[in-house]
Every structure is written in C-alpha cells, then in structure tokens.
Design a protein around this ligand. Structure first.
Ligand code: NIG
Ligand code: FE
Length: 409
C-alpha cells in the first residue's frame, strides 16, 4: 500500500469538476462530477488519486466528513495592484453621478493612477499582499492581475514586475496581463497614447505579461483603437483579452471574436450578434457581477441567455478600487441571485472555466490525477449552500500545491 503526503477523506461532497478539457458550455457546466463520501490523495504537490474508499496510507489525514471539498477558486480578472482607495466616491454614486462622469472629471481610474504613480514599490507590495491574503482566505488559489494604473511606461513596468514578485512571495499563483490601454492619460490624445502603447510600452512589457487587455468603451478606446492595441500585443505573443460592452455596446464582443480573444469581459450590453460571434470563435465570456452591484445598477450581464445560447461563461471579482471584493464566494452568490445561474453553473464558471479564461486549465480548475493540488475545504454539507447561505466565509482550509496554507480549524 502506498503512502501519500496528504489524504482528504470522507468529504460529504467531493466536487471534482472532472470533465472535458475545453471551456465548458450548456450541459457541461451543470455537471460537477460530484463524489459522495469522496477522498483525494496528494503527493509532491499534485493530485494522485480521487475516489471513494482510497486504499492508501498518508503522512497527514484530514477528515472532511459533512464538508464540501472542491478545487480552489480561480479569479480570472483582477486589478490587483493599486494604491489608495475610493470610498468617498460612494456618496457621489449614491447622489446619481455615473461611473463615466466621475472618470471624465478626473476621478475614478485617474485618481488611482495618481496614487499608484506616487506609491513606492514597497507600499504597492504591502497593499497587494493584504489583498492576496484575503483572496486566499476566501478560497482563491490562482488569479489573474492586470496592470493599468500606471498609464506611463515606467509605472506600467513597475506594476508588472510587482505581479512577478508577488507570485514568487505569496502562495497565490498570479497570471499577468498588460492593460496599458485602461484609460487615456491627460497628457495625450487617445491616438497618441495608442501609438505610445504600441511602439514604446509593448516591446518593453512583453516578457512580463501573458495577456494584453484594453478598455474598449465609449469615451475611452474605440473599437478601432482597441483592435490596434490587441493586434500589436499579438505580435509580441500577448494573447488578447478585452473589457467589452460594459456601459455602452461598442461592438466589443464582435471585436473579441475578430481578434480571436481568449476572453471578453463584462458584456452587460453585448448584442446577440456579438455573443454568437464569440461562440463561433470560442471566446470565453468572463462575467463580473460585483461591478454592476458596486455601481448599484439594476442590469447585470444576461448570463442565463448566454449559457443557453452556448457561450462558455466564467466568473471573476474584477477586484479594483471601484468594485472592491476579494471574495469569489460572493461572486458566485451574485451570479445565482442576480444573473440566474444555477449553483453548478456558477461553480463551473468560478473554477474550471475561469482556469480556461487564463489558459491554465491543463494544470488547475478541477480535481483530477496529475493536476496541481489546489483544494479547498468548505464548512457546508453540499455545493448548493454556497449561493444559498450568503455573506459568510465557508472556506475552512486552503491547500495550495499540496501544502496547507490557511486553516480555521
Ligand atoms: O473592469 N472598467 C474598467 N476598469 C475596471 C474599473 C477600474 C476602476 O474603476 O478603477 C473594471 O471595472
Ligand atoms: Fe476590469
């Protein structure tokens, strides 16, 4: 009988998400491949066996009776590194000032850019570490992080280097995205700034990021400008992502399909034509329900319609100073209660499909032999509790690459 490093046994529900290794859609999103009274055996940071009544000895055993065990959450859209906070904007928003009006008056993203440019590397690391700790505590074991609060070459590079440092120092795995095209800094016209991104920034940042993203929105970057940035990113081997159709439908979903984006994110206003184009080209829809929630909007992305059409959907926090949450459980709650996703769909979207949205599905996103042992133990009897009993943290133990990195027991 072999001896493994760690055995998690007798889970009330072992939610494995075993299934096809492509972004899951429709029926595939509903199938979580749950094993009742299931066990997971882990050695050398990897999952070695998953099933019922595993016959192995272990150096450490965790009894998960009555609990839910599942893959760590993957958060595929965050703006992790920023300085300061914008709590004072809430009163403006409550009195009816829109997100775009705040931005046009030099607040919003510009306020955070100013703070981030002035912040030292140590301060940014310290503030971001605290966010990563909270993410881990709430069950996220891998996240994507975007630059975009520099808007000049020096600060964009500083942020991307911090992503790398954080990933090395913190248990969280961080996948880096260059979002130089997050807003047009006041020193430039949009065309001039796009030129700077293409000719100066991209050649310098290319080795520090896996993806290139753009805020394609009315009053920010046009569809044409966004296309130029994403195509230039592709020349430097950066895979395209796009903030699309968040406030106004600017055909961002169509652009995502045209450039072959890995994901298009937000999608509140996307046309059915845009969504169908994404389906044709295999673009994943990353939905961020925390954003309309923080903006007190009544409209959310039409997740129900998207899934029924056949779009693979993922979920993310959008963690940023406007929509500040580290908690993917809360996102799952919003997805079900505000976007009518079922608990199974939301969990697929927050784990396996989220891993697909950052191209990490070969190693994470499900509990299958050979995959990285990123596992969370939740103090609830089944996965349906996650959106049902809301506003609490169910995560009791977090295991990252086979090591216990957080436990409440
Ligand atoms: O995805 N919409 C653009 N960017 C972020 C918000 C950034 C901010 O307001 O600081 C988003 O929602
Ligand atoms: Fe965002």
């Amino acid at each position: 009988m072999k001896t493994v490093d760690l055995l998690i046994k007798n889970a009330g529900e072992l939610v494995t998400l075993k299934g096809p290794n492509h972004p899951r859609k429709k029926q595939e999103m509903k199938n979580l491949s749950i094993i009742k009274d299931g066990s997971v055996a882990i050695s050398d940071g990897k999952i070695v066996e998953v099933g019922k009544n595993l016959s192995c000895k272990a150096d450490k055993i965790i009894d998960a009776s009555g609990k839910t065990v599942m893959p760590g959450f993957v958060d595929p859209h965050t703006h992790l590194v920023f300085a300061g906070s914008r709590e004072f904007e809430l009163e403006q928003k409550l009195s009816g000032v829109s997100y775009m009006d705040i931005l046009k008056k030099g607040g919003g993203i510009f306020y955070t850019v100013d703070k981030t440019r002035k912040a030292s590397e140590e301060q940014l690391i310290k503030e971001s570490m605290k966010r990563l700790d909270l993410m881990l505590l709430h069950g996220t074991t891998t996240c994507e992080a975007k630059s975009g609060y520099g808007l000049d070459t020096k600060t964009e590079l500083k942020i991307l280097k911090i992503h790398k440092m954080l990933s090395e120092r913190h248990p969280m795995d961080i996948v880096s995205t260059f979002l130089g095209a997050h807003a047009v800094p006041k020193e430039y016209t949009a065309d001039e700034y796009v030129d700077l991104i293409i000719h100066e920034m991209l050649p310098k940042v290319k080795d520090l990021a896996r993806f290139c993203d753009v805020f394609c929105e009315k009053g920010v970057f046009t569809k044409k400008q966004s296309e130029l940035v994403l195509e230039a990113g592709k020349q430097h081997n950066l895979l395209p992502k796009i903030h699309a159709d968040e406030i106004v439908d600017t055909s961002g979903a169509l652009l995502a399909a045209k450039v072959g984006a890995v994901s298009a994110d937000h999608l509140l206003m996307s046309s059915e034509q845009g969504l169908n184009a994404m389906i044709q080209k295999g673009v994943i829809g990353v939905l961020l329900p925390g954003t309309p929630f923080s903006l007190m909007m009544s409209q959310y992305a039409s997740a129900r319609n998207m899934i029924d059409l056949g779009l693979p959907v993922a979920l993310a926090t959008d963690l940023n100073p406007n929509c500040w949450t580290e908690n993917m459980q809360f996102v799952v709650q919003l997805a079900c209660l505000k976007m009518k996703m079922t608990p199974s769909e939301a969990i697929s979207a927050a784990t396996f499909n989220a891993a697909c949205a950052i191209r990490c599905n070969d190693t994470i996103g499900s509990l299958e032999p050979g995959k990285q042992a990123d596992v969370i133990i939740l103090d609830c009897p089944n996965h349906m509790f996650l959106p049902y009993h809301f506003g609490v943290n169910f995560v009791e133990t977090v295991i990252k690459s086979g090591k216990i990195v957080s436990t409440q027991q």
